[in-house]
Write a protein of this length. Structure first.
Length: 285
C-alpha cells in the first residue's frame, strides 16, 4: 500500500499514536513513507514532527509510525535490519514495475528506431548525391569544415589596393602581393551531423538487441542484479534514441536546400547546373 497522506496511516487497523517502546517488542517494519507535511512520531515518549519515516508492527499486533532515528534509538539493530530488509523488497518491487512499464513501450521504441533508420537513409541519399553529381569541390569543402569544426562558409579573394593599404596601416608593415582576404558567405547549420552520423547505425543495432532482450526478459524469475542491469540498458536506449533524434535533426538542417545554397559562390559556373540538380535532392526548409 502506498502512503500518500497522514490519514492513510491513522486509518490503519491496529494503529496507535501513543505506543510505549518500553512495553513493546518490534515484530516487523511493514511500510515506509515520505510525505509533504510533517506529522508526529507515534511513540508516546517522542512525538517529534517528521515527514520521512516508516510503519512498524509490534508483537502485540499494534501499529505505529516513527522516524528512522527513533526506530534505531528505541528498537536497536533489530529495527535497522528489518528496515533494510524492507528497503530491498521495495527496491525489488519497484524495479519489476519499471521493467513491466518498459515492456509496454517496446512497440513504440521499435517504431522510433524504424523512423530514425528511414530518416537516416533519406539524409545519406542526399549526402551521396554530392559525389554522384560530380560536386567534388563541395564534398571537399564539407570535409574541411567537418575537421576544422568551423561552420563559417568563406571565400578567398585577392585584396583590393585600398584593402592592402588598410592592412599595412593596421599592422605597420608592408604587405606582400598577392594578399588575400576572406569573405564570409554564411553560417552552415547542422555541421555536427557529419561527425555524428556514424553513431546512427550503432544506435539502431544496439537498441534492437536491447529491445529483443527486454521482450524475452522474465522479471518474475530473476535477481536484483539482473533487474538493475536490464533497467540500465533500457535507460541507455532512451538516451541514445534522444541522441539519434538530435543527429537526424542536424542532418535535415545540413542538407536543406537553403543551407546548401550558401555554397553557390564557391562552385564554378560550369557546375551550376549540377549544383541545381543536387539542390533539387535536398530538403525543403
Amino acid at each position: 500500500m502506498r502512503i500518500n497522506t497522514w490519514d492513510d496511516i491513522y486509518k490503519m487497523s491496529g494503529y496507535t499514536d501513543s505506543l510505549d517502546p518500553k512495553k513493546e517488542k518490534l515484530k516487523q517494519v511493514i511500510n515506509k513513507y515520505e510525505l509533504p507535511n510533517k506529522g508526529r512520531c507515534g511513540l508516546s515518549n517522542c512525538r517529534t514532527p517528521h515527514n520521512i519515516g516508516c510503519i512498524v508492527e509490534t508483537e502485540s499486533g499494534r501499529l505505529t509510525n516513527l522516524g528512522n532515528d527513533c526506530g534505531k534509538k528505541y528498537f536497536g539493530e533489530n529495527f535497522t535490519s528489518l528496515s533494510n530488509k524492507l528497503s530491498k523488497e521495495i527496491d525489488y518491487a519497484n524495479k519489476i514495475e519499471n521493467i513491466k512499464l518498459a515492456k509496454l513501450n517496446i512497440a513504440e521504441n521499435y517504431r522510433k528506431l524504424n523512423e530514425i533508420e528511414a530518416d537516416w537513409k533519406k539524409i545519406e541519399r542526399v549526402y551521396r548525391a554530392i559525389k554522384s553529381e560530380g560536386l567534388d569541390g563541395l564534398y571537399d569543402k564539407l570535409e574541411q569544415m567537418k575537421y576544422s569544426k568551423s561552420s563559417i562558409i568563406a571565400i578567398q579573394r585577392r585584396a583590393t589596393e585600398s584593402e592592402i593599404e588598410l592592412e599595412e596601416v593596421r599592422t605597420g608593415k608592408d604587405v606582400q602581393n598577392p594578399f588575400y582576404m576572406s569573405d564570409n558567405l554564411g553560417d552552415l547549420k547542422g555541421l555536427n551531423y557529419l561527425t555524428d552520423r556514424i553513431k546512427i547505425k550503432a544506435i539502431i543495432l544496439n537498441n534492437k538487441i536491447t529491445l529483443n532482450r527486454l521482450n524475452d526478459f522474465d522479471e518474475d524469475k530473476t535477481t536484483l542484479k539482473e533487474l538493475s542491469k536490464m533497467i540500465k540498458e533500457n535507460e541507455k536506449l532512451n538516451d541514445s534514441v534522444r541522441e539519434a533524434h538530435s543527429i537526424i535533426a542536424d542532418g535535415f538542417k545540413l542538407f536543406s536546400a537553403d543551407n546548401m545554397r550558401q555554397f553557390t559562390p564557391l562552385i564554378s559556373s560550369k557546375r551550376h547546373r549540377k549544383l541545381k540538380r543536387f539542390l533539387n535532392c535536398c530538403f525543403e526548409s
